[in-house]
Write a protein that binds this ligand. Structure first.
Ligand SMILES: Cc1cc2nc3c(=O)[nH]c(=O)nc-3n(C[C@H](O)[C@H](O)[C@H](O)COP(=O)(O)O)c2cc1C
Ligand code: SF4
Ligand code: SF4
Length: 252
């Protein structure tokens, strides 16, 4: 099975393409996390986990899911991370997680996809993003080939200092910076409710025809990027910045 977590569609795109290539199904983990019904998977064989890189490691929504769900002892696990630049310490996070779960770690791979973190950075022009996605498609095919052949993915060793510093930064970031205080809807909002539907953590509700952000946010950037009216801003830095509408719209 191929499991994915995705804010703006990059990881969904990668998961679906890998799943198609290896003849399996791609499943959104929010099908389980939204209901909090803990799944217990019994199929032996290969499990592929696809998610974005957040702070140089796989998104916590995915690592929490792998920790929480039941998987058969000895099942093979691949971790595929989509990122704007680097998967960082993913290989070590993956092998530690597998050890905890009694799974066999088959390694990690990164697929460079367009930047979606517009609260901090800027996504590229549509044409440049199309270029990135086309290059990614070649990588996806290679990785799917390795998974089909059950090959272990080669990863460079992550040093102890890099690992502990990254983990520390990641912990601080999740705790102190992944907040919703700075989100707001402008007058362009037409109260369509799309942001409510697409938030993977169900963190947005509508109040007086305006979105209201709760406290459970992982900064996935789905709401701000995919609002059809570009009516969401984050602090002062996002006004006028292009929104990333995801690989499906970029390739259309
Ligand atoms: C909160 C956050 C943190 C991110 N951190 C990194 C990072 O450390 N390294 C990186 O290369 N890209 C980083 N990115 C970019 C995303 O990993 C990348 O755009 C990814 O493909 C988005 O996947 P999605 O569309 O499935 O959500 C970050 C994006 C977000 C929203
Ligand atoms: S998606 Fe945009 S326009 Fe629709 S309700 Fe949310 S903020 Fe308003
Ligand atoms: S509220 Fe947070 S978790 Fe939900 S869509 Fe927006 S950024 Fe993502």
């Amino acid at each position: 099975m191929v499991f994915y977590f995705s804010g703006t569609g990059n990881s969904r795109f990668v998961a679906r393409n890998i799943a198609r290539a290896i003849g399996q199904e791609a499943v959104d983990i929010t099908e389980y996390t939204r209901t909090m019904e803990r799944p217990d998977f019994t199929e032996s064989g290969v499990y592929v986990f696809v998610c974005p890189s957040y702070m140089s490691a796989p998104a916590r929504a995915m690592t929490d899911f792998v920790e929480w769900a039941g998987f058969p002892q000895g099942a093979k696990a691949y971790f595929i991370v989509t990122c704007a630049a680097s998967m960082g310490i993913t290989p070590k996070v993956a092998s530690e997680l597998c050890e905890k779960k009694g799974m066999e770690c088959m390694g990690a791979a990164q697929i460079v996809m367009p930047q979606n973190y517009i609260a901090l950075f800027t996504t590229k022009q549509v044409e440049d993003n199309i270029d990135i996605i086309e290059k990614a498609e070649i990588e996806i095919e290679k990785i799917a080939g390795s998974i089909t052949k059950c090959e272990v993915l080669e990863n460079k060793r992550i040093g102890a200092v890099e690992y502990s510093v990254t983990k520390w930064v990641r912990d601080v970031y999740y705790k102190d910076f992944m907040k919703t205080k700075k989100f707001r809807a402008t007058d362009k909002c037409i109260a369509c409710g799309k942001c409510v539907k697409i938030c993977p953590l169900s963190n947005i509700t509508m109040k007086d025809n305006k979105p209201l952000w709760g406290k459970t946010c992982t900064h996935c950037m789905a709401c701000i990027n995919q609002c059809p009216k570009d009516a969401i801003e984050y602090g002062k830095g996002t006004a006028g910045k292009p929104r990333y509408k995801g690989p499906d719209s970029a390739l259309r």
